[in-house]
Design a protein around this ligand. Structure first.
Ligand code: XMP
Length: 310
């Protein structure tokens, strides 16, 4: 049985031992893994930690403001880094899922490297958990935050990596978050991938396509937040379909809605969501996002699918 209290105590000692007198940056996206890491490291070394929220332009509606506010309310020194233009730049012309993920990873670590250099920082703390490492090492997909485990030396970006949660699965991370006194909004937060909406825009990622999937995501979350499912989201397809808007034929976007139950993201089941909920989502998405003409529901489990489309 996992003992969160003991884990926290041992982690604090270990973090202090590794870090010594050095300073640390924590890359915090606001998810349960990275926020728990940030709070744990802050508890260990106080103001020697600087939390960094990188705004890559791929976050959900209102998320950048939420994350910065949450960290500041926890009295953690926090920097907001506006890197939106740079991220969209690296996605130009890229359509393959793994190529996109690698482009995201490289830009992400380079951006952190710039902050680390400015602040003369030795370590980057990040919320890598066991499932990220397993899936990457097994070749299912290269999670953006796995470096050393696949032979990438983080020194090329100019720092060392600190991953206090790397041996835990999600349910135990949530226990640690509760043990640290984090609000339910964080400890029970729905998982959201590091490369964010870039994985949910199939094909090339552009600001226009991200805006569409962001709005669809907001609608799906609003209509399903009482279901208690593991992950609920929208995906924008790369191809188009015929539809009718204002009595005329149009060739428009396709959105797929995915709602799954899981405990650790290693396997997942598509939820049998009440049909009325799906109808409401479809009506709202096609009405509130004029360029979308078709809305689909994904009924595939993991395996054989993965949770994300990319
Ligand atoms: P899949 O799609 O592999 O996802 O079934 C398993 C869990 O991981 C999330 N995910 C990612 N998280 N970087 C992340 O930090 C990634 O590149 C990435 N890809 C998938 C996904 O949302 C799910 O919770």
């Amino acid at each position: 049985m996992f003992d969160a209290k003991k884990f926290v105590e041992e982690s604090l000692t270990e973090i202090r031992r590794i870090v010594g007198d050095n300073k640390v940056i924590s890359a915090c996206s606001g998810g349960v893994d990275s926020t728990t890491t940030t709070v744990l490291v802050h508890k260990a070394i106080g103001d020697k930690l600087l939390a960094v929220f990188i705004d890559d332009g791929l976050r959900r509606e209102g998320e950048p403001e939420f994350v910065v506010r949450t960290l500041k309310n926890l009295n953690i020194r926090t920097n907001y880094v506006d890197a939106k233009a740079g991220f969209f730049n690296v996605f130009k012309g890229k359509t393959d899922a793994e190529e996109k993920r690698k482009a995201f990873r490289d830009k992400f670590y380079k951006t952190l490297g710039e902050v680390a250099k400015e602040e003369q920082i030795e370590f980057i703390a990040q919320g890598t958990i066991k499932a990220d490492v397993i899936e990457t090492v097994q070749g299912i997909k290269s999670q953006h935050n796995v470096l050393e485990q696949i032979g990438i030396d983080p020194k090329i970006y100019g720092y060392k990596i600190l991953e206090p949660l790397r041996d835990l699965f999600k349910p135990d991370v949530r226990k640690v978050a509760r043990e640290l006194g984090l609000a339910e909004e964080i400890s029970e937060r729905m998982p959201f991938p590091g490369p964010a909406l870039s994985l949910r825009v199939l094909g090339e990622v552009t600001p226009e396509k991200v805006a569409i999937v962001r709005k669809a995501t907001e609608i799906v979350e609003e209509e399903t937040n009482k279901l208690g499912t593991f992950q609920n989201f929208a995906v924008l397809h790369n191809d188009k379909a015929t539809g009718i808007k204002n009595g005329k034929r149009v060739y428009g976007h396709i959105i797929t809605v995915r709602i799954v139950d899981s405990t650790d993201a290693v396997t997942a089941k598509a939820r049998q969501v009440p049909y009325e909920v799906l109808t409401k989502i479809s009506e709202r998405i096609t009405k509130e996002i004029p360029s979308v003409v078709r809305c689909l529901y994904d009924i595939t489990d993991k395996p054989p699918s993965t949770i994300e489309f990319e």
